[in-house]
Design a protein around this ligand. Structure first.
Ligand code: CTP
Ligand code: CA
Length: 225
């Protein structure tokens, strides 16, 4: 299905997409964050709207304009993202977890700004965040709900991707093959989408909208089964 083609194969479908990267508070002015721009999640939202879906975007710290026709819920931390996604998921035909969710958060948030004291700084202890994708699978609202995860791997992409897919239990896992220092970028940004049903779909390097459309192709196939 070409981008821009008139298509309404997601008409009447509700989809929830998480995008961006969470920020885990250390104190009122500091956080642990990541470099996710949110572009892939926003491209998924825009392409889903173009195909007729009703879209809710759970957006974590993204500096992009709201895509037209999308309901945007802004969140900061992984716990906030979890609450928003789990609240929206039961009504959704498909949930796509494109957000970079922090694996760990500071075990407590200081009530006031942490100050220098002249002594060695106190260590920041971390605790693990809940795995939202795994929870979505456990609490799957409907048998035919399609749940999609994203992953970036540098080595043994297919093997690691398969293992992650099995661990998470989602229906599709979009595995980004990210280059290592010596690969000179030849395989950067290529993705393979692994299906719980054993399928494997290569997506050539290209704009994030193209990757998004290929993902929706795979989602719609599974919705109409
Ligand atoms: N994810 C999630 N909740 C978390 C961590 C990750 O929902 N606490 C989701 C991400 O949004 C993504 C998928 O899980 O869709 C895979 O994330 P990834 O970081 O690759 O997997 P992890 O299970 O966290 O494993 P790793 O140790 O490789 O980071
Ligand atoms: Ca992780």
């Amino acid at each position: 299905l070409a981008r821009g083609a008139l298509s309404t194969d997601l008409a009447g479908r509700r989809v929830v997409i998480s995008a961006g990267g969470t920020r885990e508070p250390i104190d009122p002015v500091r956080f642990i964050g990541n470099r996710s721009s949110g572009r892939q999640g926003y491209a998924l939202a825009a392409t889903a709207v173009a195909r007729g879906a009703q879209v809710t975007l759970v957006s974590a710290n993204v500096e992009l304009a709201d895509p037209a026709g999308v309901e945007v819920r802004r969140v900061g931390s992984a716990l906030e993202l979890r609450e928003a996604v789990l609240a929206e998921a039961p009504a959704a035909d498909a949930v796509v977890m494109a957000a970079a969710v922090a694996d760990f958060r500071p075990s407590s948030e200081a009530g006031g700004k942490i100050k220098k004291t002249g002594a060695a700084p106190a260590p920041i202890t971390l605790v693990e965040n809940p795995d939202v994708l795994a929870e979505l699978v456990r609490e799957r609202a409907r048998a035919d709900q399609v749940i999609v995860g994203f992953a970036a791997e540098t080595d043994d992409v297919l093997e690691n991707g398969r293992a992650k897919l099995a661990r998470k239990g989602c229906d599709l896992l979009v595995v980004n093959q990210v280059g290592r220092g010596r690969a000179f970028g030849t395989v950067d940004n290529q993705a393979v989408v692994l299906g719980r049903d054993g399928t494997s779909t290569e997506i050539p390097r290209g704009p994030k909208e193209d990757l998004a459309d290929r993902v929706w192709d795979l989602v719609t196939e599974r919705l109409s089964r």
